[in-house]
Ligand binder design. Structure first.
Ligand SMILES: Cc1cc2nc3c(=O)[nH]c(=O)nc-3n(C[C@H](O)[C@H](O)[C@H](O)COP(=O)(O)OP(=O)(O)OC[C@H]3O[C@@H](n4cnc5c(N)ncnc54)[C@H](O)[C@@H]3O)c2cc1C
Length: 461
């Protein structure tokens, strides 16, 4: 009896999950190590943050998805070390450290939020990368309206009712559009002292365009739609500081100004998983400025044909960091591993097939760029709806998502408005646990670990 070829996969996102599924019929033994118990459909995170969807609708259990795939085992853990020479991956779950050996390794650990060297902004302007982020933002957004209802100070009210979204890419546009729609439509009749429709929603970006990767026509269309529903768009505007009560920006003429705002959202910049640096240090592969790995054309790294890097972690031919890239790189790596197991020679170069990009602005309005076709308005929104339903994993998640969309898009309501104090303050509470978590968990939380603290200090906080 020969031992089956062992494949270790890091990450349960699009890259990790799709590579495991693509190896379904292969004669291999897969160990998928994920930091979370779920696969996350990140493109719909903004809908969790704004009360349209529940976390469960976009985050199916990885274990359940792979339950019937007999050659795959799912392990919850945070990968802390990759040893290319020993061919092992070390991962940790609380106090349990495990070393998993591999014959082939797939590194699909994605990317986190980048604050461009200002990690302290994260405390005041959460990003949008995880369910924790989305729930924290949901707490802050709905919490702001609650606070506004009871405040009696007009200056404080103005600050509470000002929402700032940093980053005019798809996530920023979708967030700003949804906060505006929430205030103008969903919450319109729910308060007695404040007028939710008077909330200021500001979308700002250091770049001169909205949705720059979608081309001029769609960018202009998106900006016009945002302004139609009351979003203020401030372009060429650089964030210089963020604190608990506001944000400081520099305009193109060099003047700085402050926008008082309690609720800020960070949707600008990504930084690839720190595991890329480990690969670089051990193999000499280069990283780009965002920490992405400059992989070989076949997605492997120099002198290690057994190591495949996927999705948001790669820098290759300027391919965009989108779900399709992760899915296609996953399928390519799975094929290469199957070929290796079968004893085939060197693997083929990877070529990305661009299937287009889309962003919703409000209900019934979106922009889409598919090949040479540019769509706007309702047609683009329908295309967005169909594509997102197709890629949500699992039939029951598709059905629940569709029902929630009916509630929100046909009616005025949002089914997921519950928020808890723990959700609002979760990030701060977790970061106070000092070195109980590994640095990569802190990286995922969006802030550096505080030094280890005594239990008394934690209690005192
Ligand atoms: C808010 C938002 C909206 C987006 N909208 C769109 C869109 O509309 N269309 C589109 O095509 N793309 C969109 N994207 C991009 C798309 O989601 C990503 O390109 C895609 O998820 C990348 O897949 P991946 O597998 O490389 O990484 P991810 O999906 O991020 O998966 C990484 C996985 O690795 C795990 N992980 C990380 N570090 C470790 C570790 N040390 N140990 C163990 N596990 C680890 C994570 O928990 C996660 O499971 C969006 C992204 C975001 C954040």
């Amino acid at each position: 009896m020969t031992t089956p070829h062992r494949v270790a996969i890091i990450g349960s996102g699009f890259g990790g999950l799709f590579s495991a599924q693509s190896l379904r019929t292969a004669d291999v033994e897969i160990t998928l190590i994920g930091r979370t118990t779920h696969h996350l459909f990140q493109p719909l995170l903004y809908q969790v943050a704004t009360g349209i969807l529940s976390p469960g609708s976009i985050a199916p259990s990885t274990r359940e998805v792979l339950a019937s795939q007999k050659n795959a085992r799912v392990v919850l853990g945070d990968v802390t070390h990759i040893d290319l020479a020993d061919r092992t991956v070390t991962h940790r779950l609380l106090d349990h450290e495990t070393v998993t050996p591999y014959d082939s390794l797939i590194v699909a650990a994605g990317a986190g939020q980048s604050y461009f060297g200002n990690d302290h902004f994260a405390e005041y302007a959460p990003g949008m990368k995880s369910i924790d982020d989305a729930l924290e933002l949901r707490g802050r957004i709905f919490g702001a309206f609650e606070l506004a209802e009871v405040t009696t100070d007009p200056d404080e009210l103005a600050s509470i009712m000002t929402f700032v979204v940093v980053g005019a890419g798809p996530t920023g546009v979708e967030m700003a559009g949804q906060i505006a729609e929430l205030s103008r439509r969903t919450l319109r009749r729910d308060f007695r002292h404040i007028d939710p429709t008077s909330a200021r929603v500001i979308l700002l970006d250091a770049a001169p365009k909205v949705l720059p990767t979608f081309g001029d026509r769609l960018g202009v269309n998106a900006r016009r739609e945002l302004e139609r529903i009351g979003v203020e768009v401030h372009l060429d505007t650089m964030v210089t500081d963020v604190d608990s009560t506001g944000i400081e920006v520099r305009d193109p003429d060099g003047t700085t100004r402050r926008i008082n705002s309690l609720c800020k959202v960070w949707a600008a910049g990504v930084q690839a998983s720190p595991l890329g640096r480990q690969l670089a240090e051990q193999s000499g592969v280069e990283l780009d400025r965002a920490g992405r790995v400059r992989v070989n054309p076949d997605l492997t790294i120099p002198d290690h044909p057994e190591v495949h890097v996927l999705g948001d972690m790669i820098a290759l031919n300027d391919y965009p960091g989108v779900a399709q890239l992760a899915i296609q790189t996953a399928r390519h790596a799975a094929k290469a591993i199957e070929a290796r197991v079968a004893g085939a020679p060197a693997s083929e170069p990877f070529h990305y097939r661009d299937k287009g990009s889309m962003a919703t602005i409000t209900r019934f309005k979106a922009v889409a760029s598919i090949g040479r076709v540019r769509l706007t308005g309702f047609v683009a929104w329908l295309a967005w709806l169909v594509v997102h339903l197709i890629y949500i994993i699992g039939f029951k998640h598709r059905v629940t998502t569709l029902l929630h969309w009916l509630v929100s898009f046909i009616g005025r309501g949002r089914a997921e408005r519950a928020v808890t104090l723990q959700q609002i303050f979760a990030r701060n509470a977790l970061s106070q646990l000092g070195d109980r978590f590994s640095p990569s968990v802190h990286a995922a939380l969006g802030r550096p670990p505080r030094p280890a603290e005594t239990p008394e200090e934690i209690d005192a906080d």
